[in-house]
Design a protein around this ligand. Structure first.
Ligand code: HEC
Length: 180
């Protein structure tokens, strides 16, 4: 009798757990949900998504979503300057921008998609983020206005200051690559 009620208890607990999973924890995450939560792309271009953009398409997006805080190439805004400063690194007038300082073009896409616009990160489509990246590179004199930026072309762009970064421990393998 004791064993039987114990068994019923276990079965009931199992049923309760199954029901609880559905009602309390929602539906299982799909691969698309997971991809959206772990949107890191790497300097060499690993994990860059599909989609494409140009500076021509990115300019109006930037003016709408970003210029309020970051200004434009012609006028400074209240937050970080994103344009100019070329050749100033290493001088006492150093102005570190995407164009003057950042070593990888891929980082522009990765950072902007994950963190910007400041109040609504990850809110735009991948193609819109590619276009804004293209505009930032174009406005820093790195690419042409109609150059198409996508997962293949972005990693090939050479940033002006890339050669001034050194790998402190070149023999240590990249620690972060966990998936292919
Ligand atoms: C509401 C204000 C606001 C808006 C809108 C905004 N940003 Fe930012 N942005 C910031 C702030 C504040 C920082 C600094 C964040 C930090 O240091 O943690 C920043 C940092 C950045 C940086 C890093 C700059 C550097 O050199 O370190 C980039 C690139 C950038 N924003 C791009 C964008 C783009 C592109 C958009 C539009 C899609 C955008 N931001 C919209 C406020 C804003």
């Amino acid at each position: 009798m004791f064993m039987r009620s114990l068994l019923i208890g276990v079965l009931a607990a199992g049923a309760f757990t199954a029901a609880a999973q559905e009602s309390r924890f929602g539906t299982p995450a799909t691969q698309a949900d997971i991809d959206k939560r772990f949107w890191s792309t790497y300097p060499d271009g690993a994990f860059l998504p599909e989609g494409q953009g140009t500076a021509v398409l990115g300019k109006p997006l930037f003016e709408e979503q970003c210029a309020l805080c970051h200004g434009t190439p012609a006028e400074r805004g209240p937050n970080d300057v994103l344009f100019g400063g070329h050749g100033t690194i290493g001088t006492d007038q150093a102005l570190a921008t995407i164009g003057s300082y950042w070593p990888y073009a891929t980082t522009v896409f990765n950072y902007v998609r994950k963190a910007m616009p400041y109040t609504a990160p990850m809110s735009m489509t991948n193609s819109e983020y590619y276009s804004i990246t293209a505009y930032l590179l174009y406005a820093n004199d790195i690419i042409g206005e109609n150059d198409v930026i996508d997962k293949d072309s972005l990693p090939k762009i050479e940033m002006p200051n890339a050669g001034n970064f050194i790998m402190a421990y070149p023999e240590v393998p990249m620690p972060y690559r966990t998936q292919e």
